[in-house]
Write a protein that binds this ligand. Structure first.
Ligand SMILES: Cc1cc2nc3c(=O)[nH]c(=O)nc-3n(C[C@H](O)[C@H](O)[C@H](O)COP(=O)(O)OP(=O)(O)OC[C@H]3O[C@@H](n4cnc5c(N)ncnc54)[C@H](O)[C@@H]3O)c2cc1C
Ligand SMILES: C[S@@+](CC[C@H](N)C(=O)[O-])C[C@H]1O[C@@H](n2cnc3c(N)ncnc32)[C@H](O)[C@@H]1O
Length: 648
């Protein structure tokens, strides 16, 4: 969806006003006052959240974020605040960061919080944006979307609902009985709802969706408002995916590379005890650590599922990496920008068309003609292409080390590492998973086990689909050997700026090979790719003398990662007849067993988001992806497909 940002305007009283909808953003009497009276008060907050582990609020219409800021403010002031506050809000017409800054100046009481919100404000592209505050104890998931489109694709349970669209007569789609029914799927018995509106139609829509509604005195000059509690006279059909039912927050993570380290960091941030097991003597990103890898978004004309998930992963990761740096960890990376070059003149047109069709803001993606691309990169180029200013390169080993140090820093003695320990099998003993070595000894046992061991994962837990392991080789050129660009060049390969005297270029896709050592023909292929990316490649070095690294990309046939609960393939096979019309939530799962694997060539884009997705699924928090996208990553997708066709 193309995002049309809102423009700041004011009515005669000086209250923020929308020209598009002909309505004000909040009561003329006070925005913060209305937030406290109607939305917090109407949901009996802060009393209802006292001492909860997690309290989830869902809002329609983020607007200026005043309800969010007032809620966060109240959370800070409350000694009985919940451990974690999750605020999920949908906005179709977000303000840009500068407009938000100007508007927030009117609410001095929120200034320090508003500044943090502005600093974390994402580029205005559609999808879910997860922003963490207060060291992760306050999370905002900002969904830039039309609530009517998005509501059917949400799957979590809220404790309180703020309904804050513009007035029903000016913004009818936000209050329709159909939408209220959809939103009621996010409620469980006892979930409360509040709105400034006292309209009879809104009351009826909420009542018919299962809420018991009462009128309360409104805020300021408004006589009434509505508040209610979800108490349906029927049993709700399907609950959102539940948290892992386990007595203790203790997980085994197998694999200490990009996937496993991100999972450890996210679980440790939620107070988990972790046993990390790695067969190599130390954490690493590949057998011979990849010196540096590239991260950038994926763009397609039809904004396919890969583009949507990659957008979310690409935007989620760098703020997490910066948070690691703020916490004192050292990362080797640069957000120098990535230029994805067109391969042919036809490609140039196609690429320009895709970006303009999507209406991306320039801080996310632009098309640059060849001369502009040359100015950005400092190189003579054969073509223009997509410019991703927020993309760049990262040394994976530095990220893995930083995430593990952060996890260790948080969890302290609750974080145990087992390096040089290969897991030969996993088994369930009572309510625990055991990771067992080849000599039969138990390396660790815990109620939850996360398989983050890439290509070895399906040996330990089949998912009814073998994963490919595609060999890849990168080449390291001495910095003087090539006129390195100022930005990352990508296309049919990539070329990085020089870093510590090395220019990384790559990479090969060698299907069917398992040679762990770099080969001269691989270097030659990388140099050939490099020469196609530069209009004037000087004499290139002899491939025989080059250094490089080899790794294996673990890939599913649909090129999407596998992140979530592991299916119980044996049980699905037995129940096959009954699964012909089944959906993913119907699939039998192995209790407490999860995976984060199949990252293919995009480990840097997937890892942080996948870690957060997995931790959210395990904890029963709102996932950072819409349900259709989380389903596209679900490790049960292959089992389901085959069970539905009776082919398991
Ligand atoms: C040549 C090449 C270039 C690449 N370039 C990029 C790039 O530019 N950008 C990008 O984003 N990605 C890139 N990638 C992909 C990226 O490296 C992967 O996506 C990423 O490494 C996947 O991380 P992972 O943790 O899932 O798996 P891995 O990095 O493979 O790590 C799995 C870990 O599990 C451990 N393990 C496995 N089995 C067991 C067991 N039984 N017991 C204990 N430990 C076990 C392994 O030792 C390993 O440490 C590239 C890959 C290659 C090969
Ligand atoms: C009254 S304002 C919300 C004020 C906000 N809650 C706050 O605290 O500042 C209503 C918001 O709903 C948004 N909106 C209108 N139609 C929408 C839709 N279909 N989907 C999502 N948001 C919508 C508007 O852009 C506007 O920002």
């Amino acid at each position: 969806m193309r995002i049309e940002p809102a423009e700041p305007a004011f009515d005669g009283d000086g209250t923020p006003f929308s020209r598009a909808y002909g309505d004000v953003y909040h009561s003329a009497d006070s925005g913060p006052g209305q937030a406290r009276h109607v939305f917090l008060g109407g949901n009996d907050l802060p009393a209802r959240w006292a001492r909860a582990r997690l309290f989830t609020i869902f809002e329609t219409g983020f607007g200026l974020g005043l309800n969010f800021l007032a809620t966060w403010h109240a959370w800070l002031a409350d000694p009985a605040r919940p451990e974690r506050l999750h605020f999920f809000s949908i906005e179709k017409h977000p303000f840009g960061r500068d407009s938000l800054k100007t508007l927030h100046e009117r609410y001095a009481e929120f200034a320090p919080l508003a500044r943090q919100l502005q600093d974390a404000w994402p580029p205005l592209v559609s999808g879910l944006h997860r922003l963490h505050f207060e060291d992760g104890r306050v999370t905002l998931t900002l969904a830039l979307a039309d609530v009517v489109d998005l509501a059917p694709r949400l799957q979590f349970q809220a404790d309180a609902i703020y309904l804050d669209g513009f007035a029903p007569q000016r913004n009818a789609e936000m209050w329709s009985p159909q939408l209220m029914k959809r939103l009621a799927r996010l409620a469980r018995p006892g979930t409360t709802v509040a709105t400034y509106s006292a309209s009879g139609a809104v009351r009826e829509a909420l009542e018919s969706a299962g809420f018991g509604i009462e009128k309360r005195p409104g805020f300021g000059r408004k006589r009434d408002m509505l508040r209610g509690t979800f108490a349906p006279r029927w049993s709700p059909r399907r609950a959102a995916r539940a948290a892992a039912a386990c007595a203790e927050r203790h997980a085994i993570v197998i694999g200490a590379s990009l996937a496993g380290a991100a999972v450890c960091e996210r679980l440790a941030a939620r107070g988990w005890r972790i046993d990390l097991i790695e067969r190599r003597p130390a954490p690493a990103a590949q057998a011979r650590p990849l010196y540096a890898g590239v991260f950038h978004p994926h763009v397609s004309r039809d904004d396919c599922i890969l583009s949507r998930v990659a957008r979310c992963g690409f935007l989620y990761a760098p703020p997490r990496w910066r948070a690691l740096e703020r916490a004192g960890q050292r990362l080797a990376w640069s957000r120098c920008g990535v230029l994805q070059l067109a391969g042919t003149p036809g490609d140039e047109q196609r690429m320009a068309g895709a970006v303009s069709l999507a209406g991306y803001p320039p801080d996310y993606a632009q098309y640059l003609a060849r001369d502009e691309a040359e100015t950005h990169s400092g190189c003579r180029l054969p073509a223009g292409g997509w410019w991703f200013p927020g993309g760049g390169w990262m040394r994976p080993a530095s990220l893995v080390a930083a995430q593990l140090a952060a996890a260790g820093g948080r969890a302290g003695p609750m974080f145990t590492t087992h390096f040089g320990a290969a897991v030969n099998a996993i088994s369930r003993a009572g309510d625990s998973w055991q990771a067992v070595s080849a000599d039969g000894s138990v390396i660790a046992a815990a109620p939850v086990l996360v398989l983050a061991n890439s290509g070895d994962m399906t040996r330990l837990a089949p998912v009814a689909q073998p994963l490919a392991n595609v060999r890849g080789q990168v080449s390291y050129l001495p910095a003087g050997a090539v006129a390195a660009p100022r930005v990352v060049l990508s296309g049919n390969g990539y070329l990085l700026p020089a870093f510590e005297g090395i220019v990384v270029t790559g990479s090969t896709y060698d299907f069917g090979s398992d040679d762990p050592e770099p080969r001269t023909e691989g270097h030659a292929a990388n140099l050939a790719r490099l020469s196609r990316m530069l209009a004037e490649a000087a004499a290139l070095p002899d491939p025989a003398g080059l250094d490089g690294a080899v790794g294996f990309r673990c890939m599913a046939p649909d090129h999407m990662p596998l992140v979530g609960a592991v299916p119980d393939v044996a049980a699905a096979r037995e129940q096959q007849v009954g699964l012909s019309g089944a959906q993913l939530p119907d699939l039998p799962r192995r209790p407490g067993l999860y995976c984060a694997s199949g990252y293919g060539s995009r480990g840097l884009v997937w890892a942080a988001l996948a870690g957060e997705l997995l931790a959210s699924l395990i904890e029963g928090e709102p996932p950072p992806l819409e349900a259709d996208l989380a389903d596209a990553l679900d490790p049960g997708r292959f089992t389901l497909r085959q069970a539905r066709r009776a082919k398991l």
